[in-house]
Design a protein around this ligand. Structure first.
Ligand code: NAD
Length: 114
């Protein structure tokens, strides 16, 4: 997106991610990172939203089931609310299981495809 000339705001509560994941992008004036938990409303002006926030592997989502559920439900509701307010296009990530029978269930950390 940055290469295509877009401004990017990355919101992450660093539950599993770290700033190091985007350290090379921090010097780009078109990239902004904010510590934000999607279970709380977010007020930014954007025209596209990609909601990828989730403790994706079982070891992480089983660690705190309440926060995990909040991230899924409140996070999606908050991002949909933001999309509605600013009339943005929204992409919502989901589990690969929605595409059919997984080979391993629940997926292991290593089984969580990258
Ligand atoms: N990677 C894959 O192959 C794959 C396959 C199918 C589905 N998905 C889905 O795509 C999404 C992203 O997967 P990923 O592999 O990039 O995961 P990831 O763990 O690498 O990244 C998720 C990010 O979300 C952040 N996060 C967690 N809870 C948050 C919260 N409440 N508020 C803000 N940020 C929060 C984490 O800190 C982390 O940086 C997930 O929903 C996952 O289920 C991924």
């Amino acid at each position: 997106m940055l290469k295509d000339g877009h401004d990017v705001i990355c919101a992450d509560n660093f539950f599993t991610g770290t700033k190091n994941n985007v350290i090379k992008l921090l010097e780009n004036p078109h990239f902004e990172i904010m510590r934000h938990d999607v279970t709380f409303p977010l007020y930014v002006e954007v025209d596209e939203i990609y909601n990828l926030a989730f403790p994706a592997s079982p070891i992480h989502y089983q660690h705190d089931p309440v926060q995990t559920t909040k991230t899924s439900v409140h996070g999606a509701i908050n991002m949909l609310g933001l999309a509605k307010r600013v009339k943005a296009k929204i992409f919502q990530a989901s589990t690969s299981e929605v595409y059919g029978d997984p080979k391993v269930h629940p997926q292991t950390v290593n089984g969580h495809c990258r």
